[in-house]
Design a protein around this ligand. Structure first.
Ligand code: ADP
Ligand code: MG
Length: 272
């Protein structure tokens, strides 16, 4: 039997979705090790029908021993998001914005099954890894997330209420006035690694959400869906994005296995 495999080869991670006994299975590899992807396919499956998407799709398809189809990334991601959202029975109001928080962040508007890319920023999972390394020396994603869970942003991030000091602020006092803003002028005590890591994640989450809120306002929708491997086992980032989106008056959504949207879209496109 020929196995069907969808692959999303991104800047940092290669996400794979394949069908086994009617069920979608998932695998992840490092984008630095495309050889592991090709070895895995050739040892696990005797025959495979493959569709690849993502920035490294050309590079990967050249290395594969079998011929593979390719699909434009935004089209694949949109297809996968649609599939997972339906599976999770999500319903949206006048379309929705979705942000793919990958190495960088790509932002899209989706309505009636059609997507439009409406923006993007260089702040994303690559920023999380890079800034975390700068502040703590740690390079392992899982460890960074574990440490950050023990951290506290209070000593680092300046809130609106900290500036107003008891007076009634014109906007919510709980909004961040300045990420990392408490550190300047009081350098005496260097924050702990855990605190710094929590603030790095805060900076990334709040920046992504802020852009998404503005895009949602432009497109007159209240619904924002967040995907991408940066949210993988990352309850601290998801928590910040969830509460900050709500604080700004919009409705956040997260997808189970959302990081595999592109790979699922590539897989589904093999049936067409
Ligand atoms: P891309 O499609 O650009 O490769 P992803 O959606 O796969 O992006 O997200 C990559 C980000 O996911 C990384 O920058 C990192 O923050 C996070 N991440 C999650 N798991 C891992 C992991 N095992 N190794 C490295 N980064 C990981
Ligand atoms: Mg990607």
């Amino acid at each position: 039997m020929t196995i069907k495999i969808g692959i999303d080869a991104g800047g940092t991670l290669v996400k794979v979705a394949y069908l086994d006994k009617e069920e979608i299975q998932f695998q992840t590899f490092s984008s630095q090790r495309l050889d592991q992807v090709t070895n895995w396919i050739s040892t696990e499956f005797s025959e495979a029908e493959v569709c690849i998407t993502g920035g490294k799709s050309e590079l990967l398809s050249k290395q594969l021993q079998i011929s593979a189809q390719t699909i434009v990334e935004f089209e694949a991601t949109c297809k996968g998001v649609g599939y997972l959202a339906e599976k999770q029975r999500l319903t949206f109001n006048n379309g929705f914005i979705f942000a793919n928080v990958g190495t960088g962040t790509s932002i899209h508007y989706m309505k009636d099954g059609k997507q439009e890319r409406v923006g993007g920023i260089g702040v994303g999972g690559g920023t999380l890894l890079g800034l975390s390394y700068l502040v703590s020396g740690e390079t392992d994603y899982e460890k960074i997330i574990q440490f950050s869970l023990q951290g506290n942003r209070e000593k680092i991030d300046l809130k609106v209420k900290d500036i107003f000091e008891g007076a009634v602020p014109p906007i919510s006092g709980d909004l961040t006035a300045s990420n990392f803003g408490k550190l300047s002028g009081m350098m005496a005590e260097k924050p702990s690694d855990a605190d710094a890591l929590a603030s790095v994640i805060g900076l990334i989450g709040e920046t992504v959400v802020t852009i998404c809120i503005q895009v949602a306002e432009t497109y007159q929708t209240s619904d924002i869906l967040y995907i991408g491997s940066t949210l993988r086992s990352n309850s601290i980032l998801a928590g910040i994005m969830n509460s900050y989106t709500k604080l700004r008056g919009k409705q956040p959504f997260f997808l189970e296995n959302g990081e595999f949207s592109g790979a699922i879209g590539a897989l589904l496109s093999l049936d067409e």
